[in-house]
Design a protein around this ligand. Structure first.
Ligand code: MN
Ligand code: MN
Length: 305
């Protein structure tokens, strides 16, 4: 089990480094996303969730739909969040990269400086969090460490986003790892796998749903009259019953029109759950940094380092 966590972590870490180099002026988001997903599959691992590439004020939960024309421009704050699974054991990691290129074409020098601080703050939050992790610690103490580190930059964490426990074939296994002291007294155990993911912003630190749905999870079987919808649900049950999947994967299998009609019907009937992209309430920029760690008696092992 530990070996699988470590193996998945190494895969994610290697692909994260390679993919980060693609984050520059003029890169299509869909090229980045498809690169990451195909590299994960090449290793023989499975994709734990669609590669998320969320720009600027979008904190999370964006992945490209089919034929996505979204372009990265120099100076954009790009969150790259990826996950791989070996024997069902998941590595989940994210990094924020300021897109390379001629930034002052799009952003003022003050903005560029602020954006660097925001990126640094989530990294500092993650570092502080990791240094507190050991068996016996309350999760609220991890959150307090994140909040304190980010506050030193005069920035806010995203209060309504959290890290999470991981279990075999289960990306969000029930325990939340907060990004502030939420007084949750849950105590971590030796051997538990958790993903810690501080987000930092110069805004209020609250995210709300933005339009569109690009990522989904299977919930339950339901009866459907339409043949196409039944077929798509059957396909999802067989291929994506445990971890989140991309609308793009469905439309590439069933075509854009049929795929999208089925996704809408399945969502309306709550056979699948549609995730909305999450946007900072004041449209302020958001950074994220995430590692997966295994809790140990006197500390933790970071699998995605
Ligand atoms: Mn993640
Ligand atoms: Mn995560």
């Amino acid at each position: 089990m530990i070996e699988s966590y470590i193996q998945a972590g190494k895969i994610v870490s290697d692909i994260r480094s390679e993919a980060s180099k693609m984050i520059k002026d003029g890169t299509l988001v869909i090229d980045l996303v498809e690169y990451v997903e195909s590299e994960i599959l090449k290793t023989g691992a499975e994709i734990a969730f669609p590669c998320n590439v969320s720009l600027n004020e979008i904190a999370a939960h964006y992945t490209s739909p089919a034929n996505d024309k979204t372009l990265i421009k120099a100076g954009d704050m790009v969150k790259l969040d990826l996950g791989a699974m070996v024997d069902g054991y998941i590595a989940d990691s994210a990094v924020t990269v300021i897109a390379d290129g001629n930034m002052d074409e799009y952003y003022s020098q003050d903005e560029i400086n602020l954006h660097d601080e925001i990126v640094e703050a989530s990294a500092a939050g993650l570092e502080a969090a990791i240094s507190t992790v050991r068996a016996g610690i309350e999760v609220s103490k991890i959150g307090a460490a994140v909040h304190e580190a980010i506050s030193e930059y005069n920035l806010n964490p995203i209060f309504n986003l959290t890290g999470h426990s991981l279990e075999q074939n289960n990306l969000h296994a029930g325990i939340s790892i907060p990004n502030y002291d939420n007084h949750d007294g849950y105590v971590l155990d030796e051997g538990q796998a958790i993903a810690i993911e501080p987000f930092a912003t110069n805004g209020e630190g609250i995210v709300n749903d933005a339009p569109g749905h690009y990522i989904y999870s299977y919930i339950a079987n339901k009866p459907f009259r339409m043949r196409n919808t039944k077929k798509v649900l059957n396909y999802i049950q067989h291929n994506h019953a445990y971890v989140p999947f991309s609308g793009r994967w469905i439309t590439s299998e069933f075509g854009e029109r049929r795929g999208n009609i089925a996704l809408k019907q399945l969502s309306d009937a709550m056979a699948i759950y549609p995730y909305a992209p999450l946007r900072e309430k004041q449209d302020c920029f958001v950074s994220q940094k995430e590692h997966t760690v295994i809790v140990e008696k006197e500390g933790c092992t970071v699998t995605t380092i």
